[in-house]
Design a protein around this ligand. Structure first.
Ligand code: GLN
Length: 471
């Protein structure tokens, strides 16, 4: 039952074929049975009660929402007023926000059940979930391997059927990377498509909340609930609501560009991409190699920009407004702040230090302003590309899911894993990762990008690959 998609579970629950209570009970049991994966930081104890309430309304013939009874898990950097929200950081240990994020309100309005909060890299900085202050999440396909990140708990929970849909956040690949490593679908929408109100900021100029699920139609269903303008987030203002459940006109013979700079050195991974390209060609797409020169500079620009924003966003964690162990007796002001900020993990500290330096007087021209130039040139380049091509394709991650501990002490090799994902963030484009094969028993995902606001079209088009998905 838990292997069902949200689309069919909703039908089964509302038609009386099963009950929300049963689905949620089974889910909680599955969370207990897979607890060694450590996908969750917090499990909702009231979920069964909430499910019973939905069943009661169905029995009484009252209207229920489009996600009635569906177990949805939420990355722990999205604010939930009934459950703790820690960003997997000691700094927010035990913190429960005073309000719900817009996406949470929209899910609850459609009667989704928030089943729990998922593990992540501290403050979403990382791509292996090893930087969680509460211990790593394991890859459900192999416990010695990382699940990807930073939304590793979310991807692992969808892969282990402990949630049918999960919300992650994607600043530089954090939805798509773990989706690829765990073998599920992950979607990073156009910047501004989903409200960030209640998403704890890391690099707010480029990040988006994004759904993960077992099927593309579940992603569309979720988008139809959470996307759209929100007066609490002005970056959503310019985009009219895209109709995610409608059928869209897709080009008859779409042109797909295979991005040369995103090729993998690993032939086994390239083979997965080749198969995807073959399938698209068999469906009448014209697929040809294209070159996006600025991609070579994208990772450097990405880390320069995101560290700068992170240093600024994380300045609020001073152990006065937010904090941990707030006993200040015997401390001078500066000592007290230092003691508190020493609580951040090594990766977060690195970002804060780098982010203080790169935009500073005398260096900004060499680093921060240069990174902004790369961002705008990359955007111009990709916009031009989308004048001639409908979609761009690559593998989601150029390497296989790696071993726990392999990269934790080598930040630069870790950063390079983001090579194929950061472009969509820097340019604001929608991008999806679809599981498309297995190499050595580990999943490999294929990424497709489309032009700004073409999210629904992209989701529809990507179904060609989903249908051809070979395990
Ligand atoms: N790995 C990238 C980083 O550490 C992406 C993280 C994300 O998308 N939140 O910044």
């Amino acid at each position: 039952m838990l292997e069902q998609t949200a689309t069919s579970l909703v039908d089964m629950i509302s038609s009386g074929e099963t009950t929300a209570e049963y689905v949620i009970e089974q889910t909680i049991k599955q969370i207990e049975d897979t607890s060694q994966i450590h996908a969750f930081l917090h499990v909702n104890k009231g979920a069964v009660q909430q499910a019973k309430e939905i069943d009661r309304r169905i029995k009484e013939g009252r209207r229920v929402g489009r996600l009635a009874g569906i177990p949805v898990s939420i990355k722990d950097n999205i604010c939930t007023k009934q459950y703790p929200t820690t960003c997997a950081s000691r700094m927010l240990d035990g913190y429960t926000p005073p309000y719900d994020a817009t996406v949470i309100r929209r899910l609850l309005d459609e009667d989704a059940i928030i089943i729990g909060k998922t593990n992540m890299d501290e403050f979403a900085m990382g791509l292996s979930t090893e930087f969680s202050a509460y211990g790593p999440t394991l890859n459900p396909h192999n416990p010695d391997i990382v699940p990807g990140g930073s939304s590793g708990g979310s991807a692992a929970s969808v892969a282990t059927h402990t949630s049918t849909i999960s919300l992650g956040s994607d600043t530089g690949g954090s939805v798509r990377n773990p989706a690829s490593f765990c073998g599920v679908v992950g979607f990073k929408p156009t910047y501004g498509m989903i409200s960030r109100y209640g998403l704890i900021s890391y690099a707010n100029s480029i990040e988006q909340i994004g759904p993960m699920a077992k099927s593309i139609s579940d992603i569309s269903l979720c988008m139809s609930v959470i996307a759209g303008p929100d007066r609490n987030d002005n970056t959503t203002a310019g985009l009219t609501s895209v109709l995610f459940t409608d059928t869209h006109d897709v080009a008859k013979n779409p042109k797909v560009g295979i991005v040369r700079q995103m090729a993998s050195n690993d032939n086994r991974i390239q083979n997965v991409l080749d198969k995807a390209v073959e399938r698209l060609s068999a469906h009448g797409c014209t697929c040809e190699e294209v070159s996006l020169e600025m991609v070579d500079y994208s990772v450097a620009a990405y880390y320069t920009i995101t560290s700068t924003e992170a240093a600024s966003n994380l300045a609020r964690y001073d152990n006065i407004r937010y904090g941990y162990n707030m006993d200040h007796t015997g401390y001078e002001y500066h000592q007290y702040i230092t003691k508190a900020r020493a609580m951040f993990g090594a990766e977060v500290k690195r970002r804060i230090i780098a982010g203080g330096f790169v935009p500073s007087a005398g260096y900004a021209g060499r680093y921060f302003l240069k990174a902004l130039k790369v961002k705008s040139r990359l955007t111009r380049e990709i916009d031009k590309m989308f004048e001639s091509y409908d979609y761009l394709i690559s593998v989601t991650v150029p390497i296989l899911p790696f071993r726990m501990g392999e990269k934790v002490d080598d930040p630069v090799s870790m950063f390079l894993v983001d090579m194929n994902t950061v472009t969509a963030n820097l340019t604001g484009k929608p991008a999806i990762s679809i599981p498309y094969g297995m190499v050595d028993g580990l999943p490999v995902g294929v990424q497709m990008m489309a032009n700004t606001t073409e999210d629904a079209k992209l989701l529809q088009f990507a179904q060609i690959l989903e249908e051809g998905h070979t395990q």
